[in-house]
Design a protein around this ligand. Structure first.
Ligand SMILES: *Cc1c(COP(=O)(O)O)cnc(C)c1O
Length: 431
């Protein structure tokens, strides 16, 4: 089921007031829901010696949200300098930060090592020599290649740009140890919006297996395994939610078995983005136009700059029209933004109640990879973000972009490199 009933019950009665005060469109996030999901996650893995969620910052990179994660004891999975900085802004230091970059630059390595550092999760064996200072603790991202999980549905990792290949993995740890690493982690990320918990169990089994093998081969122990993110949420009303309890129980059994054989167990890390915040955010937008041509179009005041997923992936986001939910649905409608791209549609041929100009529409499950993926194509600006606090207050946690923001990077007085002015330093055509 999309958007929780609890969030709906707390949000919908005040929605017009919130919209009148802040103006539409906006994403609004639910602190209560985020904390409940965090608790669910912790409870699912309470049988392990140590479990930690590293929230995938890219899903919802707002300090107010990150502060809630930190308050729950979570760390942060970062893959860019901006994400490292954001996480440090809310107090993340050292082991609180997992830096899972790829195609990493020297500047990124330097930032990862600055200010108390972070856990380096290396994406390739060639990067070992490029780490300016090998930290004591090092992690590698494992790409298992073709079907090593015994499951064909996990996609085809052979085509993914990420990770150290199966045959390189042991050597990667050997080389890192030779450069001074003493503690080790193992990471993979193989799923995306996966609702079948069994795949995460299989991924765990695969990583524990590799940790045991490489551990024996090199006589090392693993501090942790990180099974990545990719836990799915129910975007469609008919979707069965991920069975997190079963997932926790089966993964716990795998750890118990590992401990029996190897005499120790690593910590378990998870780096969920979508699962943590996806259902706990909605995009609120107002209908401004209706157009009846070959189809009926409801034009709203938000567009793809606020939410790319429908246009980019054809993703389904449930839509409610508060106050009209009990009215009979009449006809099929497309809900559209104003961008000059025909895929700027929040819904295509959707059964919805009658919608009049001025009605508020609530687009569900925008709490992850929603605002964060927004863009400025066609000069469209990103909307504001609000946070519905557990005590009922509503906070503006990011303002909307303005035309001044859009113009801020333009150089109306161009910075010129004049080849004719310093001919000695530049390539000159042979005459
Ligand atoms: C995007 C990403 C995640 C989070 O994915 P979700 O589907 O939001 O859980 C976690 N880890 C890495 C390395 C990622 O790139």
């Amino acid at each position: 089921m999309p958007m929780t009933t609890s969030f709906k019950t707390r949000l919908f009665p005040d929605l017009e007031k919130i919209a009148a005060h802040f103006g539409t469109p906006f994403h609004i996030y639910d602190e209560t829901g985020i904390r409940q999901t965090g608790k669910t996650l912790i409870e699912a893995f309470c049988g392990l010696d140590r479990f930690r969620e590293y929230f995938a910052v890219k899903a919802l990179p707002n300090p107010a949200i990150l502060a809630i994660m930190r308050d729950m004891g979570f760390g942060f999975d970062c893959s860019s300098m901006a994400e490292l900085l954001l996480s440090r802004k809310v107090g993340g230091r050292g082991d609180d930060l997992m830096f899972t970059s790829n195609n990493t630059s020297t500047a990124e390595f330097q930032m990862a090592a600055a200010n108390g550092g972070s856990i380096l999760n290396l994406d390739d064996i060639s990067l070992i020599a490029k780490v300016p200072q090998m930290p004591e603790l090092i992690c590698f991202r494992y790409n298992p290649g073709a079907r090593r999980t015994g499951n064909s549905i996990i996609g085809n990792p052979v085509e993914a740009k990420y990770g150290v290949s199966h045959d390189q993995l042991a050597d990667a740890y050997r080389q890192a140890a030779a450069r001074g690493a003493r503690r080790f982690g193992l990471h993979t990320m193989l799923a995306s919006n996966e609702l079948k918990y069994e795949y995460m169990v299989q991924t765990t089994a695969m990583l524990l297996d590799r940790a045991a093998q490489i551990g024996r081969e090199l006589d090392i122990r693993f501090d942790f395994i990180n099974i990545g993110g990719g836990l799915g949420i129910a975007y469609r009303p008919e979707d069965e939610p991920l069975a997190i309890g079963k997932m926790g129980a089966e993964i716990t059994s795998l750890f118990t078995a590992f401990k029996t054989v190897n005499g120790y167990a690593p910590d378990l890390y998870l780096e969920s983005g979508r699962y943590m915040t996806g259902p706990h955010g909605v995009l609120v937008t107002r209908a401004i136009n209706r157009k009846d041509t070959y189809r009926t179009y409801i034009g709203v005041d938000a567009c793809m700059s606020a939410l790319m997923r429908p246009g980019m992936y054809g993703a389904y986001h449930h839509i409610s029209v508060p106050g009209k939910e009990d009215l009979p649905v009449k006809g099929l409608k497309d809900v559209v933004g104003s961008l000059c791209e025909n895929n700027d549609k929040f819904a295509v041929q959707r059964s919805l109640p009658p919608i009049d100009a001025g009605d508020l529409l609530v687009i569900h499950d925008t709490g992850a990879h929603g605002h964060a993926m927004g863009f400025n194509y066609n000069g469209k600006l990103r909307p504001k973000e609000l946070l519905l606090r557990a005590d009922g207050r509503v906070e503006l946690i990011r303002r909307e972009e303005t035309l001044d923001d859009y113009f801020a990077t333009l150089q109306f007085n161009a910075d010129v490199l004049d080849m004719n002015a310093s001919p000695g330093k530049t390539y000159r055509k042979a005459s």
